[in-house]
Write a protein that binds this ligand. Structure first.
Ligand SMILES: [Zn+2]
Ligand SMILES: [Zn+2]
Length: 347
């Protein structure tokens, strides 16, 4: 058997190199997977552009975190998995012992263990992720669909955290992969969704994924007016979920909701960003502000069930395929804001 593999290594800003590195080996409690499909992600694109991620990755490092793969090596003591099993290994696992884990907020774990390295032929899965956040993929689910578990878990988390009530109208700002996932989750759950998108290619995708209305306005003030006009007496939406991660969109979200409405700041802005908000509007209109980060093990299971359930249009999110060696080109294309949603990277 070969001892080296091709893998993407992140060195810094817009500097990812495909290199030969040793194939990892499984120690006690660990797994080695052959990567069957890895997906590009807005977070990876951000990391590619900025050269780091505050919580997830410090270069030089293996790169990529949405994947499904086949078990090729099983460490001592692993009982639930065998060679040949098809699995999704999530990109993190909580400790289970800290204050936040004990309160069921495992996404905020003080010791969240992250794993990267999906853009490679093989990936090492640490014992804690094997124990807590590695899931069997049902036979009839294609691996590239299963690889959507991680971003979908974030989307499901963001939607549930917004505490939707039957009959609510939900506005989702942003037509990127996460915006589209959130709107699809909301539409599948039976909510009326208004998608606010920027680019032509996103209009069609939003409609296809279940948005009742798509607002594509040339300015933010127009988008706010058009969205409110879609609600009775212009009162505003019940829930606005921001999935862009820029200050303008955070402010826009606050302007979209009705009295008593809920805003979810789902998109993470660059470190050090501050946003100005109208305190009178927040206070006298009784507006709830929430923010959702990441996912928990139970939500990851929910996400994979949703993918396996048949109604979720996994195929619509994967708009291209590329070989690992083309990764740089793929990211450059994604930076140009094409109509691509996610590209499956096949090693
Ligand atoms: Zn991701
Ligand atoms: Zn913890």
């Amino acid at each position: 058997m070969a001892t080296t593999m091709s893998a993407a290594v992140l060195y810094g800003r817009e500097d990812v190199r495909i290199e030969q590195v040793p194939i990892p080996r499984a120690a006690k409690g660990e797994l080695i997977l052959r990567v069957d499909a890895a997906l590009t992600c807005g977070t990876d694109l951000k990391v590619f552009r900025r050269g780091y991620h505050a919580r997830m990755i410090v270069p030089p490092a293996l790169f990529g975190h949405e994947l499904a793969g086949t078990v090729v090596e099983v460490g001592e003591g692993v009982a639930n998995f065998a060679t040949g099993d098809r699995v999704v290994a999530l990109n993190s696992a909580p400790c289970g012992e800290c204050y936040f884990c004990r309160r069921g907020q495992e996404n905020l774990c003080d010791d969240l263990l992250f794993n990267n390295g999906a853009y490679a032929e093989f990936i090492h899965i640490p014992a804690r992720i094997v124990a807590k956040n590695t899931l069997h993929v049902p036979d009839d689910v294609p691996m590239e669909h299963a690889a959507l578990t991680e971003p979908l878990a974030c989307a499901v988390h963001g939607f549930e955290d917004s505490l939707p009530r039957t009959g609510d109208t939900v506005a989702v700002i942003g037509g990127g992969p996460l915006g589209l996932l959130i709107l699809h989750v909301a539409a599948l759950a039976g909510y009326e969704v208004i998608a606010l998108v920027r680019h032509d290619g996103q209009v069609e995708a939003a409609r296809r994924l279940g948005a009742a209305h798509v607002v594509q306005a040339s300015s933010i003030s127009k988008a706010i007016r058009e969205t409110r006009a879609l609600t009775q007496q212009n009162r505003g939406v019940d829930i606005a979920i921001e999935a862009v991660g820029v200050p303008d969109a955070w402010q826009e979200a606050v302007e979209l909701v009705r009295k008593g409405g809920t805003v979810n700041f789902f998109g993470g802005c660059a470190t050090g960003t501050h946003v100005a908000l109208d305190t009178n509007r927040l206070h006298y209109n009784d507006i709830t502000l929430r923010a959702t980060f990441h996912h928990t093990p139970s939500i990851c299971r929910k996400a994979l069930n949703l993918i396996a359930g048949g109604r979720f249009q996994a195929g619509a999110f994967i708009t291209g395929h590329a070989h690992l060696f083309e990764l740089n080109r793929v990211f450059e294309k994604l930076m140009q804001r094409s109509s691509e949603i996610k590209t499956a990277i096949l090693p």
